[in-house]
Design a protein around this ligand. Sequence first.
Ligand code: AMP
Ligand code: ZN
Length: 315
Amino acid sequence: MKGLKCTACKDEAILRIKRHHAAFCQRCFKMFIQKQTIQAIKKYQMFSKKEPVLLAVSGGKDSMALWSVLTDIGNQITAIHLDLGIPNFSKQSLQAVQQFAQDKGLPLIVIHLKELLGHSLPELQNKIPRPACSVCGLIKRYLLNHYAFHHDFSVLATGHNLDDEAATLLGNLLRWREGYLQHQSPCLPSDYPGLVKKVKPFYTLTDQEILWYAQQMKIPFCDSICPLSQKASSLDFKKALNVIEEQSPGTKHYFLFHYLEKKQFLFPEKQPKVVLNNCSSCGMPTTQEKCSFCSILETAQSKSQLFIGKNDIEL
Ligand code: AMP
Ligand code: ZN
């Protein structure tokens, strides 16, 4: 960026972040990303340097960049990747994850859905009458939490960023989903045995900033969009917010951060706590008699005449 100086060191800048009224050279941009991540971790007391963290890596830019940042700043990270068996997309994702782990010598766990459950994600989706992203989200949440809990990780980190969180907030507001609104947070504590703490250390960074970071640091990542998520409404919410952001930089940031600050005053009366019990099939926490994961598996198995008992889910 000719003529533009780095706000921090006055060297030539390579990029500009309008919402922060700042420009950075490569070195100071790396420091900016690290500082934002450290501040987010501290603000919400996500985890300490001593705590082993399970990081869910999809192979996309966000979780790959987060893997790199958390490792650089000295956290104890074990990465976990779910190979969902989506043609082409899952292969590219797995390649990125394995390449990074190998290049940096980092611990990585890979779980292949087809091997574990007998069905890939597209196969499951064909058998379950629910929107594609809802089945995928449910399976991912269950398996990641299950692995973390059974392997003594008290914290599960994901790569959700400011754009993801702002789009979720907009979606929940548009439909007045009060329960979801009240619980939206970059840090969800573990409030029931079997549910680990969930954290989002990148919630202050945008899609664009993380993309720049991954490119500058030459981090491998899969840049295709999941073919099964192309109709997801969250993509429309992101697009809508980007149109507004273009006109007035900082809107997304303001929308999310002020919501998080005002949330406690907007919902002064705590909604009654959801009553959880243990799934009659797998023992994990659920609001029903049998959890949605076990119900989905049962439906899929009865449709394919395949039986994989509950005890076979050994992660
Ligand atoms: P998404 O819901 O695809 O936007 O992903 C949000 C976050 O969930 C990512 O940043 C990852 O931390 C995690 N995630 C998504 N897909 C996977 C996967 N296949 N394996 C492990 N983690 C994943
Ligand atoms: Zn269950």
